[in-house]
Design a protein around this ligand. Structure first.
Ligand SMILES: Nc1ncnc2c1ncn2[C@@H]1O[C@H](COP(=O)(O)OP(=O)(O)OP(=O)(O)O)[C@@H](O)[C@H]1O
Ligand SMILES: [Mg+2]
Length: 271
């Protein structure tokens, strides 16, 4: 079967330094993969390389295929079409990902129009639907609000609605709950879990938090210094870590608040 996303030998360099080093990952349709590693290990750059949004000064080699089509080396125009329509991205800081001067409804409707060709009024209606889909209260009213009038959790729900605007096959979430407090974090995680399951969307979930990744992903790749150190089913990687880097991550998580993670698919239920 053709993978939905297949990354092979991806290397990203700044100057001579490889910050993503020969990374290979595979994600099938509807599958969930966690990408975990310490700060600076190359998680975000791996995701940004996959959607062709690397910062200036980065040179990239290797291959990124989406449903069999090569994206690496694609023109900006081709990549812009893929972004959003095939791949939706949720960023870490909902506050900075949104335009403070624009009503949230317009920020959802914009990509809906651009990616689906909907009319202005149809896109506005779709924005209200998407606001409801991501569990925003009173969506008809809320779409008229500005980002600063929302809570952090609500802003991240708007970020998720924007990522869903083009009905992507793959959602990449880069530390989507890190900026939120613990209760809200669990709610947003439950929402993501529910959304990808119901829509059959594949999920690449990036976090430095093992407990969080274990709740939402079935397979996990551990990155250190830009390299994949361990790659396999969550249970195996977390409960029988082979690589010293993974062992250290597990030990660190156990020292803080980590309990044995709930099995995949139980997030957000019963709360
Ligand atoms: N624009 C840039 N110029 C030079 N080096 C960069 C640039 N962006 C990132 N890097 C370097 O690349 C490495 C990987 O960065 P990346 O943002 O992918 O890490 P990360 O795993 O996402 O970390 P975090 O958990 O802090 O988000 C880091 O060492 C970083 O310093
Ligand atoms: Mg990052």
């Amino acid at each position: 079967m053709t993978a939905l996303l297949e990354i092979e030998g991806l290397t990203v360099r700044f100057g001579g330094r490889a910050v993503v080093d020969d990374v290979s990952l595979r994600l099938d349709a509807g599958e969930r993969l966690g990408l975990i590693g310490a700060s600076g290990s190359g998680k975000s750059l791996t995701a940004l390389a996959a959607i062709g949004l690397l910062p200036d000064g980065a040179t990239v080699s290797g291959s990124v295929r989406l449903a069999g089509s090569e994206l690496a080396g694609g023109s900006d125009r081709e990549l812009a079409r893929v972004r959003g329509s095939r791949i939706g991205m949720v960023f870490q800081e909902p506050a900075t990902a949104l335009d403070p001067l624009m009503r949230v409804g317009a920020q959802i409707a914009g990509p809906v129009r651009r990616l689906t060709g909907a009319s202005r009024s149809a896109a506005a209606r779709r924005a209200v639907e998407l606001a409801a889909t991501v569990g925003l209260p009173d969506p008809e009213v809320l779409v008229r609000a500005y980002p600063h009038q929302l809570s952090g959790g609500q802003r991240q729900r708007v970020g998720i609605a924007i990522a869903l605007a083009g009905e992507p096959d793959l959602l990449i979430a880069d530390e989507p709950t890190t900026a939120l407090d613990v209760t809200v974090q669990a709610e947003v995680l439950g929402l993501l879990d529910d959304l990808v399951r119901r829509r059959g969307t594949a999920l690449l979930f990036i976090s430095h938090d093992l407990a969080v990744v274990a709740q939402i992903a079935r397979r996990v790749a551990v990155l250190a210094d830009g390299r994949v150190r361990e790659y396999g089913p969550v249970e195996q990687v977390l409960h029988q870590p082979r690589d010293p880097v993974t062992q250290a991550l597990v030990a660190a998580a156990r020292r803080t608040s980590w309990q044995a993670p709930a099995p995949v698919g139980t997030v957000g239920q019963g709360s």
